[in-house]
Ligand binder design. Structure first.
Ligand SMILES: NC(=O)c1ccc[n+]([C@@H]2O[C@H](COP(=O)([O-])OP(=O)(O)OC[C@H]3O[C@@H](n4cnc5c(N)ncnc54)[C@H](OP(=O)(O)O)[C@@H]3O)[C@@H](O)[C@H]2O)c1
Length: 387
């Protein structure tokens, strides 16, 4: 099997690359990545393996230079003789930013970039499978506090918290415009955070949100809302098994914790409390108080505000962060994560468990124990600048 993989330098793509490289059925993995030169591209790919001392096979892993923003990306891929025998395309590259400032880039990468990949892939003589790494969060924000099934999305009526999930939903529709059903495989992971193994996590991104919550301690979110979180090693393992499964009955699968593996902010806070016992106890308050927090950081909170009931925490913030502008930065980075946490989404994983030889994921409040040393060292201010 010859694979073209995009996004190999990212959280999910990196773990997919390493997992795929171990499979004997796989002959070559061509990795589309942006880079100034082949040499630097090879170094970036080697780094993906070096992070956890995984063996890197230069004969199996081949860099292909390209950017989803390139106008001539489709033509460049079509003209690349090495790619004529590709059987499987795995599209994991995306702009995953939640920030409104990146909306244009998100659209350009996730819709424009995907279109260019599809225009090339549909012309491949041997294409068996186009595996798209989607996201379960395309269900949008109208559904709340319940189990969500694959067939509920894509739904053009859904409203979205961020442009990112909208573009990922449009992406699924685009794929169906270009490719026949039998060639499509869509894996929709839920929220991917850290790793369940005692190794340095591949990316700090969502761990950053947890580390920030740990520092803040007074959190405007519903602590009982279900959180569907999985570790990246589980996600990659499940997706690769899905690709190789011959029991596959569907073209769309949630790769998620499901009802049995879901957690809550309360359970995560209990795990954190056991390690960081010198901080004030966690206190979860109504999400509506986030606006008061923002006003307080600007020195504009009126004296009779409810937030003053939590003066002990405001004093702790003053002492810990000194400069209130730091808190503003932290809360604006955290804001979309709190919105997602409040939704109480659990993504049904029955399809995955039935069709693929894999167990349920360990709940995040348990597996995250393996990453506590790393969480302790995370620079939350640095993460807040580009959450
Ligand atoms: N992380 C999650 O919680 C999660 C959950 C559900 C679904 N997903 C899906 O999983 C996929 C991968 O996400 P991730 O978390 O691995 O994201 P990530 O860590 O941000 O990685 C994104 C990857 O896309 C590449 N990329 C971005 N813009 C590009 C461009 N213009 N041209 C070429 N490559 C580009 C990046 O390359 P550079 O290294 O060059 O930047 C990187 O390899 C996405 O499709 C996402 O929707 C993620």
């Amino acid at each position: 099997m010859n694979i073209l993989l995009t996004g190999a330098t990212g959280l999910v793509g990196g773990e997919l690359l390493v997992t795929l490289s171990r499979r004997t059925e796989v002959n070559k993995i061509y990795c589309l990545l942006r880079s100034a030169s082949e040499e630097v591209a090879m170094e970036r790919l080697e780094h993906v393996f070096n992070l956890h001392n995984d063996p890197f096979d230069r004969n199996k892993i081949v860099p292909v230079l390209g950017n989803l923003f390139d106008d001539n990306l489709t033509e460049a891929l079509q003209q690349n003789e090495q790619l004529k025998d590709i059987d499987v395309v795995i599209h994991s590259a995306a702009n995953t930013s939640f920030s409104r400032f990146n909306d244009d880039a998100v659209e350009k990468a996730n819709i424009g970039g995907l279109t260019k990949i599809l225009l090339w892939a549909k012309g491949l003589t041997n294409l068996q499978t186009f595996l798209y790494i989607g996201t379960a969060t395309i269900c949008g924000k109208d559904v709340k506090d319940r189990v969500i099934h694959e067939d509920e999305s894509p739904n053009l009526e859904a409203t979205h918290l961020v442009k990112y999930t909208y573009t990922k939903m449009k992406g699924e529709l685009l794929i169906r415009e270009h490719l026949p059903e039998e060639k499509i495989l869509i894996a929709r992971p839920s929220i991917i955070m850290g790793d369940s193994r005692p190794i340095i996590p591949r990316s700090p991104v969502i761990l950053w949100a947890m580390a920030t919550i740990n520092h803040l301690r007074l959190i405007p979110v519903n602590e009982h809302a279900q959180l569907d979180i999985i570790p990246v090693d589980y996600a990659a393992n499940a997706i690769v098994r899905l690709l190789f499964s011959n029991r596959r009955k569907h073209s769309v699968y949630h790769v998620s914790a499901g009802e049995e593996g879901a957690t809550t902010a309360l359970k995560l806070s209990e795990t954190l409390s056991a390690y960081f016992d010198e901080m004030p106890p966690f206190n979860f308050i109504n999400k509506n108080l986030l606006n008061q927090v923002k006003h307080w950081t600007r020195g504009r909170l009126s004296a009779d505000s409810e937030l003053y009931n939590y003066r002990k925490y405001l004093d702790y913030w003053k002492e810990t962060f000194e400069d209130k502008s730091k808190l503003r930065v932290l809360f604006s980075g955290l804001d979309p994560y709190l919105d997602f946490m409040e939704l109480g989404h659990v993504f049904d994983n029955t399809r995955l468990l039935e069709d693929v030889d894999i167990e349920n994921s360990t709940p995040a409040d348990i597996y995250i124990n393996e990453s506590m040393k790393f969480v302790e060292k995370l620079d939350i201010m640095e993460g807040a600048i580009d959450p």
